[in-house]
Ligand binder design. Structure first.
Ligand code: SAM
Length: 224
């Protein structure tokens, strides 16, 4: 199936509300457990969540790694507004900061981070290389990088089946976005080419469910 890009920022109020109110516990808990499996050493220090949206992954990650502080960045104020409410309810405002910033130009409170994570940002970006340059710009040398995103289905039938299965009872706006996101997502070979282009040749790309893939690795030290 041919890729069809979707808009970058999720800044429509009804779109952000539907996303923030949806139950993503299964894929987002999966995100955290796959990170733990990929990087079993205990994680401390600072974490950057690129395209954090309404901060559901950010909050689950903070609960799983109590010795971390997390900065989440997103370009859409509508999504960040729901994220700030969620932070208050979770009582995690002392460990998570949400920053409005548009990648690749965002300016962040720290120059570099001990780990970089991102969920479902890659397929939104007009230029996918923005993600790979951002992880290298903001991650420390040797830092774990863990990116989860949707996997573009191989056919219209498969796409419609996923939307029916996972979004049957969802509001129309969420169904529309899920379908558009699946269409905008990449295939593993396309991501492999992006990574090789960015010099992230040791990063792995793995399909982890019927609709998700994970890219992970540690930021390389320069050759001397
Ligand atoms: C599908 S949402 C994922 C949100 C969150 N990571 C999650 O998993 O719940 C993608 C987010 O990326 C943000 N985004 C897209 N392009 C961006 C860019 N160039 N700079 C900053 N944020 C961006 C959107 O505004 C949106 O909130």
């Amino acid at each position: 199936m041919q890729r069809v890009p979707e808009p970058e920022l999720m800044d429509e109020e009804d779109q952000a509300k539907a996303y923030a109110e949806a139950d993503f516990s299964e894929p987002h808990d999966h995100f955290v457990s796959l990170f733990q499996a990929a990087f079993p050493d205990s994680l401390t220090g600072t974490v950057l969540d690129l395209g954090c949206g309404s901060a559901d992954v950010t909050i689950r990650f903070a609960r799983a790694f109590p010795n971390c502080r997390i900065d989440g960045v997103d370009g859409a104020e509508a999504m960040l507004g729901f994220g700030r409410k969620a932070l208050r309810s979770a009582g995690l405002e002392h460990r998570i900061r949400l920053i409005r910033g548009y990648l690749p130009d965002a300016s962040l409170p720290l120059r570099s981070y001990d780990a970089v994570i991102s969920n479902s940002l890659l397929h939104h970006l007009a230029d996918p290389m923005v993600l790979w340059t951002s992880v290298q710009r903001f991650g420390k040398l040797g830092a774990p990088v863990f990116i989860m995103d949707l996997l573009r289905p191989q056919s219209e039938d498969q796409l419609n089946g996923l939307v029916r299965h996972y979004a049957a009872d969802a509001p129309e706006v969420l169904k529309r976005d899920f379908s558009a996101s699946l269409r905008a997502a990449y295939r593993p070979d396309e991501i492999r080419a992006q990574l090789d282009n960015a010099g992230l040749t040791d990063f792995t790309v793995e399909i982890v469910s019927d609709r998700h893939l994970v890219v992970s690795g540690r930021l390389p030290f320069p050759n001397v």
